[in-house]
Design a protein around this ligand. Structure first.
Ligand SMILES: Cc1ncc(COP(=O)(O)O)c(C=O)c1O
Length: 364
């Protein structure tokens, strides 16, 4: 069937496959699926409901409104605010909705200790082992832990966590360094611990601990640096395939230019295909000439500037492509990792940038 406008096809079987891959890599750990930013652009509710059925143990979100959306659509699994609460006024909302929180700074600690909660809340104490973004510094760790442990507002089974800054790079020493700090700080504590995002799961077995926090790999994107991903043997499938249709085809003579700024000029006679997708849909405006697009079983190259609603591709002089033919921009058959490199960005950004006018279809 032809698609006239930009469509993101969401494949829940691929999602399931990727959950199984996480479990294969770390069979004894529990899985907190990271769902922030609209489940990396895939649709928060639909992904959460599917993952709950597929047996993940908890969900991680960045904002309170994301957590409340999940509760409103019937999700009863544990939900963790990965950046914690942003103001003391949010604490009663966490209490009522049975939400768990990361504690990463003094303001949060003081607010939590000062509150009178109906039920003790589950806390993930985050220590900074080298990312230098969120987390208590190692010197504060013990005092934070003691204060939390002795508060009636806090459940006794505090999870200890940290976040890796360079796990996608297996040649970097940073992960070993972070792991050593984390071990040294937490080895005396028998409770649950969590360190690994997707790259930690794939590249660093010693970081698995009791709780994994995969985001990207659940959506079928390899989290390792492009030049290092080959050795991992990772078996994941893209959950999102972004498609649209050819809406015009025209003959261009050698020396004629295409699109805004006449930024590309044909070196030989050729056909140009116009595909109904652009930066208004989230296709990256900075994708370079040559960025691959999949059309009728072959790769064709993006040429000229990306417009708001259209891109142009070089179909070649022998083209038999027709208006209505479906092109894949990324996903099945065309890894998003490759497209991201052509656009000098990362797959995370491409996925999150999908706009509301993109039609979403779901298959399970
Ligand atoms: C604390 C934390 N854990 C886990 C993740 C998931 O990371 P990834 O998508 O690389 O698996 C993130 C995402 O940024 C995060 O901030």
């Amino acid at each position: 069937m032809s698609v006239r406008t930009a469509t993101a096809a969401i494949d829940l079987q691929a999602l399931h496959h990727n959950v199984e891959e996480v479990k294969r890599l770390a069979p004894t750990s529990k899985v907190m699926a990271v769902l922030k930013a609209n489940a990396y652009g895939h649709g928060l509710e639909r992904i959460a409901v599917a993952l709950a059925e597929q047996g993940v143990d908890a969900f991680g979100v960045a904002r309170l409104d994301e957590a409340l959306t999940l509760r409103a659509c019937g999700v009863i699994k544990p939900i963790v605010l990965m950046e914690g609460f942003f103001s003391p006024q949010e604490l009663p909302v966490l209490d009522v909705n049975n939400l768990q929180t990361v504690i990463h700074n003094e303001e949060q600690l003081e607010a939590l200790l000062a509150e009178k909660l109906n039920t003790p809340i589950k806390v993930w104490l985050k220590v900074d082992t080298g990312m230098h973004r969120l987390g208590v510094v190692p010197e504060q760790f013990q005092a934070f832990h003691q204060a939390l442990q002795s508060s009636d507002n806090v459940q006794k089974d505090i999870v200890l966590m940290s976040h890796l800054s360079c796990a996608d790079d297996t040649t970097s020493r940073a992960t070993e360094h972070q792991l050593a700090i984390f071990e040294q700080l937490t080895s005396a504590y028998s409770g649950e611990k969590s360190l690994a995002n997707s790259a930690g799961i794939v590249g660093w077995k010693d970081c698995h601990y009791q709780w994994l926090r995969p985001g990207l790999m659940l959506y079928g994107v390899n989290p390792m640096m492009p030049e290092q991903k080959v050795e991992t043997g990772l078996d994941i499938q893209p959950v999102m395939t972004l498609k649209s249709s050819v809406i015009a085809k025209r003959f261009i003579r050698k020396g004629e230019s295409v699109g805004y700024g006449a930024a590309w000029t044909a070196e030989q006679d050729t056909y140009i295909g116009v595909i109904a997708i652009g930066y208004g849909d989230g296709y990256p405006r900075h994708a370079k000439n040559g960025t691959p697009v999949l059309l009728n079983g072959r790769r064709v190259a993006l040429v000229g500037r990306v417009s708001m609603d259209m891109i142009t591709v070089d179909l070649g002089a022998e083209s038999v492509d027709q208006i209505g033919d479906v092109a894949v921009l990324w996903g099945q058959g065309l890894p998003i990792e490759e497209v991201a490199q052509w656009a000098t960005t990362i797959p995370y950004e491409l996925l999150c940038n999908i706009t509301r006018r993109v039609n979403m279809t779901v298959s399970s």
